[in-house]
Design a protein around this ligand. Structure first.
Ligand SMILES: NC(=O)c1ccc[n+]([C@@H]2O[C@H](COP(=O)([O-])OP(=O)(O)OC[C@H]3O[C@@H](n4cnc5c(N)ncnc54)[C@H](O)[C@@H]3O)[C@@H](O)[C@H]2O)c1
Ligand SMILES: [Zn+2]
Length: 353
């Protein structure tokens, strides 16, 4: 094996093809299915082509992009598995970004009450966040991740060479989740991330930052896989971020997940000041770091009523109370902070203010 780092089910490999051979050898008598979307088929399959003789009929290539994170594509995956004789001992290998690992993970988790699956994330976002932790699902009736299950992947294999074909926007989208990990749990990681730049970086440096971010996520998920408590800390930036993301999707100008979360973190830092006394200096540091990387938040951040409407739909909220994870200081968060519409409104006004 060519594993350079391993933490629980997540491994970072320097030779994906040969490691896949070894791992799947354990499944020798069983059927293996590979699921891609058209971009990962084009950019990522060439880097692992030649891996084991998987018959062409066991390879499925889905449509890419958040707009295609739909039940129709789940049905296509179920049909493909059914038509090609998948049984409960089959293994599904998902190769893609968070859209694909969420969708194909859901399809595998529900087919014949659940097949084992391995995630091979191909975007930074999927490497540091989406591919591990077991949340799977699709969007439904305009709502993000409305249908889904929690089921852990058998393994997650990280291979950083996939990042070479990823554009800057998608690199930054994943980077937002790393910034979040620092903000909620590790001030030193946050500082190191602030000093890192994609303009001129070494793979080793990025690998170390990825490892630290992944280990924060894994520790939190392991302590609370079903999100009754501490796992909610991963939602920092996401309550307002998801509302921005849903609205941007509805209006036909979709914001990448990480951008929505980044802007959500600015607004939720402002809310942290109102609710938990997060210092002015910390807010400035967060705002400056995020706007330097992502630019200014879109106009929608000031459409409080629209955003509040989406927040009320969020799975995590009930009885009109909006639930947040907020920062006490950089590197330290608190879950289950309930905010009123008025408090949310004031924090949105302060963004860019
Ligand atoms: N399950 C979780 O815990 C979790 C956590 C965070 C986000 N998510 C989900 O993840 C999704 C966002 O993930 P994402 O940003 O990876 O989106 P994505 O999968 O849509 O990928 C972004 C874009 O990059 C392309 N791409 C993928 N790999 C590439 C490569 N190596 N080279 C070139 N292009 C490549 C894709 O085709 C797509 O156009 C959202 O649906 C979000 O809800 C899930
Ligand atoms: Zn996220």
């Amino acid at each position: 094996m060519n594993i350079v780092y391993q933490y629980r089910e997540v491994s970072l490999t320097s030779d994906l093809r040969s490691d896949l051979e070894e791992i799947t050898a354990g499944y020798a008598s069983k059927k293996i299915f590979l699921i891609f979307e058209s971009n990962t088929w084009k950019f990522c399959w060439p880097l692992i082509n030649g891996f084991r003789q998987v018959p062409e009929s066991n390879i499925l290539v889905l449509k890419p992009g958040e707009d295609n994170k739909t039940m129709d594509q789940v049905v296509a995956a179920w049909e493909h598995l059914g038509d090609n004789g998948a049984d409960r001992s089959s293994l599904v290998i998902n190769v893609g970004g968070g859209m694909l690992t969420d969708l194909a993970g859901f399809a595998a988790s529900t087919f014949k009450r659940g097949l084992s699956f391995i995630n091979i994330p191909t975007t930074l976002l999927a490497m540091v966040d989406a591919s591990a932790g077991g949340k799977t699902g699709v969007n439904f009736r305009g709502l993000k991740n409305e249908i889904g299950v929690i089921r852990q992947p058998a393994q997650v294999l990280l291979f950083l060479r996939f990042l070479e074909t990823l554009n800057r926007m998608n690199l930054l989208s994943g980077y937002a989740e790393m910034l979040k990990a620092g903000l909620i749990a590790d001030r030193l990681l946050w500082q190191d991330l602030r000093n890192f730049t994609f303009d001129d970086y070494s793979e080793e440096k990025l690998a170390r930052l990825i490892q630290r971010s992944v280990s924060i996520k894994i520790d939190i998920v392991e302590a609370d896989p079903e999100e009754h408590g501490i796992r909610k800390s991963l939602n920092f930036g996401h309550t307002i971020g998801h509302a921005l993301e849903s609205e941007s999707l509805r209006s036909g100008k979709p914001l990448p997940h990480g951008y929505a979360v980044a802007f959500g973190m600015i607004a939720e830092a402002e809310l942290s000041a109102i609710k938990l006394g997060l210092s002015k200096d910390s807010i400035t540091e967060i705002r400056e770091t995020i706007t330097r990387l992502y630019g200014n938040p879109p106009e929608t951040i000031h459409h409080a009523d629209v955003l509040l409407g989406w927040m009320k739909f969020d799975k995590k909220n009930s009885n009109n109370l909006i639930n947040f994870t907020l920062l006490e200081e950089i590197g330290k968060c608190r879950i289950d902070i309930v905010a009123t519409a008025e408090e949310i409104r004031s924090s949105l006004i302060r963004v860019n203010g």
